[in-house]
Ligand binder design. Sequence first.
Ligand SMILES: [Zn+2]
Length: 52
Amino acid sequence: MTELTASILKTAAATDATCGCADPIPVQRAARKGAAVTICQRCGLRVPLRLR
Ligand SMILES: [Zn+2]
């Protein structure tokens, strides 16, 4: 995991905010306890799954 990715994941885990990008780049990353989160690589916030 690169430092950039770690930083993005930390940001995503620290807030309940979700991505508001018009054209998000969803990337799936492993979170705690084997769970996975989908985050936007543009802004580092969670991507609401309902948008997919
Ligand atoms: Zn975004």
